[in-house]
Design a protein around this ligand. Structure first.
Ligand SMILES: Cc1cc2nc3c(=O)[nH]c(=O)nc-3n(C[C@H](O)[C@H](O)[C@H](O)COP(=O)(O)OP(=O)(O)OC[C@H]3O[C@@H](n4cnc5c(N)ncnc54)[C@H](O)[C@@H]3O)c2cc1C
Length: 458
C-alpha cells in the first residue's frame, strides 16, 4: 500500500522526468526561498514547486497535477498582495525561468514569456522607442498584472495592460497548449483581459506596442502639512487634464509627504504648461519632472522590497466626496492614517473597451482609490489591517460597483469579486471557467467558481 509520503515521492520523480526544469520539494534547501512572496503576511507551504523552462514542460506538469488531483498555483512575478502565487498543498508552477522577450517592430508587438517582469520587457521595447503600458514598478510580474487589468503611467492614451493583450499562448487545465487571439478562442481572449489566472497558464503574452519617444515625467513632492491644498488642486488638474497627462497622488505614510507621480506622453512643452498650477501655485519641495525616457519613467518609483507586511484594499469611484476628502486630509495631517492612500486615474482610452472587449469591469470609474498599509512589526497586524478595511469602507457609498481593484486586494469576498465585474461579465466569466477549468484546478486567484453544470459536462 502507498503511504502519502510514497505517493509524494513518486509524483516528484515523475515531475523531475517531465518538467524540463527544477523541481523543489519541501525540505529542499531552495524550498523556503522559492515559496516566498512579496507579502510577508503570506506564509504558505505548497506540496511541490516546479520551475519549468518550456511550454512543453508546463503541459506535462499540468497533466501530472490532474492525475494526482492536485490544485495548481501559478507564480509569475510573485507580487500579488494576496499571495496568490503560493497555495497550501498546491503544485506551484513557478515561471521564473521563462523570461524571454521578442519584439516585432514591423507588427508593433512584443511576445513576453509567462514569467517576465516589466524590467525584462521595457528595455527590449524601448530600444525601438516603443512600449506596452505596464504598471508603475519595474519588478512586478507581467503575468498577474496583465491578467488582472494593469494601471500605469500610460493609462490615458494606451489603456490598461489587459486592453493591449493581442494574443496568449496558454496551457489549459487538461494540459493542452492552445493559442488564444482574435481568431482563435476570442471569448477566452476576452476573459484573459481582466479575468485573472482563472483559465490556464499563459506561457507567453503578446502585447500591442505604442510610441513612447516623447515623455515628460518624474515626481512632485510636497510637505505633509500642505496635504489639503495639494490634493484638492491635484484632483482639479486631473479632472481637467487631457488623457496624455497622468497624475497619481500618493499621501505617503512611509515618506511622510505627498508624492505626485507625473507622466505626460507627448510634447514636453505642453506637459510643462499643464503642470503650472502644481508648480507655481503650490511649492513642491522636490521636482524631478523632466523630459525622460520610458525606462526613466518606470524607474521613478524605485522598487518596493519583498518581505514587508502588506494589506491593501480600495474602491473604484467616480468622485471623491468632500466629506471623504476632508476626513482623509485631516487624518493624514494628524498622523492617523496607518498606511498610504493612492489615487490613480481611470481616464481616456482606459474608459473604453478595446476591440473584442475585455472582462475588466470598471470603465465607468474616474479613480481607483486604495488604502495601502505596509509595515514590518507583526504586533501591528490587527491595527494596520483594521485601518485599511475601515478606509476602504469609507469609500463604499461612492463605489462604482461595490468592488475594488482585484490586483491590489489582499483578500476578497466572493461578493466583492462579483461586484468587480458586474453581473453580466461575471456570469460570462463563470461560463468560461466552467468550459476551460471545470474542476477549478486554478483556484489560487480571485476565483471565478465553475458552475456545477459546467463541472458535470467537464
Ligand atoms: C510593489 C507593487 C507595485 C504594483 N504596482 C502596480 C501598478 O502600478 N499597476 C497595477 O496595475 N498593479 C500593480 N501592482 C499589482 C500587481 O498587478 C499584482 O500584484 C499582480 O498580481 C502582479 O503580478 P505577478 O505576476 O507578479 O503576481 P503573482 O503573485 O506571481 O501572480 C498573481 C496572480 O496572477 C496569476 N498569474 C501570474 N502569471 C500568470 C501566468 N503567466 N499565467 C496564468 N496566471 C498567472 C497567478 O496565478 C496569481 O493568481 C503592484 C503590486 C506590487 C506588489
Amino acid at each position: 500500500m502507498y503511504t502519502p509520503r510514497m505517493l509524494q515521492q513518486s509524483l516528484i520523480e515523475a515531475l523531475e522526468r517531465v518538467a524540463d526544469g527544477q523541481v523543489i520539494a519541501p525540505g529542499a534547501d531552495e524550498y523556503d526561498e522559492a515559496r516566498r512572496t512579496f507579502n510577508a503576511l503570506v506564509d504558505r507551504r505548497p506540496a511541490v514547486i516546479v520551475q519549468p523552462r518550456s511550454a512543453a514542460g508546463i503541459s506535462a506538469v499540468v497533466k501530472l497535477a490532474a492525475e494526482a488531483d492536485l490544485p495548481i498555483a501559478v507564480r509569475g512575478g510573485g507580487h500579488s498582495a494576496a499571495g496568490h502565487s503560493m497555495g497550501d498543498g498546491a503544485l506551484v508552477v513557478d515561471l521564473r525561468l521563462m523570461r524571454n522577450v521578442e519584439v516585432d517592430v514591423q507588427r508593433r508587438s512584443v511576445r513576453a514569456e509567462g514569467g517576465t517582469l516589466w524590467l525584462d520587457v521595457d528595455p527590449a521595447t524601448v530600444a525601438h522607442g516603443l512600449a506596452t503600458p505596464g504598471g508603475t514598478f519595474a519588478d512586478t510580474g507581467v503575468g498577474g498584472l496583465a491578467l488582472g487589468g494593469g494601471i500605469g503611467h500610460l493609462v490615458g492614451t494606451c489603456g490598461l495592460t489587459c486592453d493591449n493583450l493581442l494574443a496568449a499562448e496558454l496551457v489549459t487545465a487538461d494540459g493542452r497548449p492552445i493559442r488564444v487571439d482574435a481568431e482563435h478562442e476570442p471569448d477566452l481572449l476576452w476573459g484573459l483581459r481582466g479575468g485573472g489566472g482563472n483559465f490556464g497558464i499563459v506561457t507567453a503574452f503578446e502585447f500591442q506596442l505604442h510610441d513612447v519617444s516623447s515623455l515628460l515625467g518624474g515626481h512632485l513632492v510636497y510637505p505633509h502639512a500642505t496635504a489639503g491644498s495639494v490634493l484638492r488642486r491635484a484632483l482639479q488638474v486631473m479632472e481637467d487634464a487631457p488623457p496624455e497627462l497622468v497624475l497619481m497622488p500618493l499621501l505617503s505614510r512611509l515618506q511622510s509627504a505627498i508624492i505626485i507621480t507625473v507622466c505626460y506622453r507627448g510634447d514636453p512643452a505642453i506637459g510643462e504648461r499643464l503642470l503650472k498650477p502644481l508648480r507655481n501655485e503650490l511649492q513642491p519641495t522636490e521636482d524631478s519632472v523632466r523630459p525622460c525616457s520610458y525606462l526613466d519613467m518606470q524607474a521613478t518609483n524605485g522598487l518596493l522590497q519583498f518581505g514587508l507586511r502588506n494589506y491593501w484594499k480600495g474602491h473604484f469611484v467616480r468622485e471623491i466626496p468632500e466629506a471623504v476628502l476632508d476626513a482623509t486630509i485631516d487624518d493624514y495631517v494628524a498622523g492617523r492614517l496607518l498606511g498610504s492612500v493612492l489615487i490613480e486615474p481611470i481616464a481616456g482610452v482606459a474608459r473604453r473597451e478595446p476591440r473584442g472587449g475585455a472582462a475588466f469591469g470598471q470603465r465607468d470609474a474616474h479613480y481607483n482609490v486604495s488604502a495601502l498599509a505596509i509595515w514590518e512589526d507583526p504586533g501591528e497586524d490587527s491595527s494596520r489591517i483594521a485601518w485599511a478595511r475601515s478606509y476602504a469602507s469609507s469609500l463604499e457609498p461612492v463605489s462604482v460597483s461595490g468592488g475594488g481593484y482585484l490586483n491590489y486586494s489582499t483578500e476578497e469576498t466572493g461578493e466583492r469579486i462579483l461586484a468587480a465585474f458586474g453581473d453580466e461579465k461575471f456570469s460570462r466569466l463563470v461560463g468560461l471557467k466552467s468550459k476551460w477549468d471545470p474542476d477549478n484546478r486554478f483556484r489560487f486567484n480571485h476565483n471565478i467558481p465553475p458552475s456545477p453544470a459546467g463541472r458535470a459536462q467537464g
